[in-house]
Design a protein around this ligand. Structure first.
Ligand SMILES: *Cc1c(COP(=O)(O)O)cnc(C)c1O
Length: 391
């Protein structure tokens, strides 16, 4: 096996430079844990950026990939395929209402691009309203909606126009959404932007304003979807039905896959108006079928709701000296720190826990949804050690 130093050297030499990397080479994963090339084990409270909702290498997902890999890996959408025909109704059964028309793609950003095109095709308009602090991806269309300046700035002047309004501000959204708006794009809980949940009243007001103006309400469920926030989808807590949803991350148990879903009341989109070579490939579909069935059968949305609420109570009760606030929903948890997050991430890694930042000062926990209270207690204790306890 390649040693850690060689892995780091080769990636640094030939990689794009686009990623800020931790000096750790991950080579194996099982359930909650990942191992580095030096044999150190970590509890992965990142789920590989929200992907491994079932943990790493879940046996049902591994078996589905192995079986499909020797059957058929590629079959472009200009033909029909059995795995795809199985995935479509499964997805439709998980999404509420008539949110049951889907376009399959290969990443979250692609799902956002697709959602934007669907909104434009359905409305014949081009206006986009998004929220400040939002993250919707890094392809140019998605980047026009993403707020974070460090991602957008080098490309300003070249990106399509989008209006950004303060998150959870009903009056600002009301004013920005007009009969020229094609899409209103919103995360039910802002992830990258610092783990900020939308109030149900805000999502309801967006729904109402979209009804008044004929704009499409696009909910970005790429990070919040498939149980992460304690319900199958984050928007369900507000009891609204979006026109369009964007899916990704946990969708295919770790294989790259994204999807756009929309209400069949809006009909299908015109021939040749969109497409993808790899979209809906049988291998990713087989993995998604296995992953979604397992998430459903293990009742992971309920489990995330209960264990997430417990964990947030525990973290608040710990009275952390280095923290200002604990917020989140389900197993999407943010701890607003009094200082920068990088030293805390390092301190946690030294204690065998991998966690994420969300902006400069927020520690983000996205553990696999299969995590138990006992295992979360280990994370709680490491955080308490790293941040200290107030008097
Ligand atoms: C990760 C993420 C994206 C982008 O997904 P990629 O697969 O990285 O392109 C978009 N929106 C949200 C909310 C995300 O968390």
């Amino acid at each position: 096996m390649m040693d850690a130093a060689t892995i780091v050297r080769l990636e640094n030499r030939h990689g794009s430079g686009a990623y800020g990397k931790r000096p750790t080479a991950l080579v194996k994963g099982q359930g909650l844990y990942v191992w580095d090339a030096n044999g150190n084990r970590y509890l992965d409270a990142t789920s590989g950026q929200g992907v491994a909702a079932l943990g790493h290498c879940h046996p049902a997902v591994v078996a589905a990939i192995q079986a499909q890999a020797s059957q058929l890996i590629t079959a472009q959408e200009s033909f029909y395929n059995d795995r795809r025909a199985e995935l479509y109704p499964l997805l439709a059964s998980l999404t509420p209402g008539d949110l049951d028309q889907f376009f399959l793609c290969n990443s979250g950003a692609e799902a956002i691009e697709g959602a934007l095109k669907v909104a434009m095709l359905l409305t014949g308009r081009a206006g986009v309203v998004a929220a400040k602090r939002s993250f919707h991806g890094r392809t140019t269309g998605a980047l026009s909606m993403t707020w974070t300046q460090k991602y957008r700035k080098p490309f300003m002047g070249w990106l399509p126009a989008a209006t950004h309004v303060a998150y959870n501000d009903i009056a600002a959204a009301h004013a920005a959404i007009t009969d020229a708006t094609a899409a209103v794009v919103v995360e039910p809980v802002q992830g990258e932007g610092g783990v900020h949940p939308a109030s149900p009243a805000y999502l309801q007001a967006l729904r109402q304003r979209c009804d008044e103006t004929g704009a499409m309400l696009v909910v970005d469920e790429i990070q919040t979807g498939f149980g992460r926030t304690g319900s199958m989808f984050g928007f369900e807590k507000a009891r609204i039905l979006p026109d369009i949803i964007a899916l990704g991350k946990a969708l295919a148990g770790g294989l790259p896959m994204g999807a756009v879903g929309w209400r069949s009341a809006h009909g299908q989109i015109p021939r040749a108006s969109h497409g993808s070579t790899f979209g809906g490939n049988p291998l990713a579909c087989a993995a998604a079928i296995a992953a979604l069935r397992a998430i459903h059968e293990l009742r992971l949305p309920d489990h995330a709701s209960q264990t997430g609420a417990w964990m947030m109570d525990e973290l608040r009760a710990a009275n952390l000296r280095g923290a200002r606030e604990v917020r989140g929903r389900g197993l999407m948890i943010g701890i607003e720190l009094r200082g920068r997050v990088t030293p805390t991430l390092k301190a946690l890694q030294e204690r065998g826990i991998l966690a994420l930042p969300a902006g400069a000062t927020t520690l983000r926990l996205l553990p696999p949804l299969i995590i138990t209270r006992d295992e979360l207690a280990i994370v709680r204790d490491a955080i308490t050690e790293a941040l200290g306890q107030a008097g």
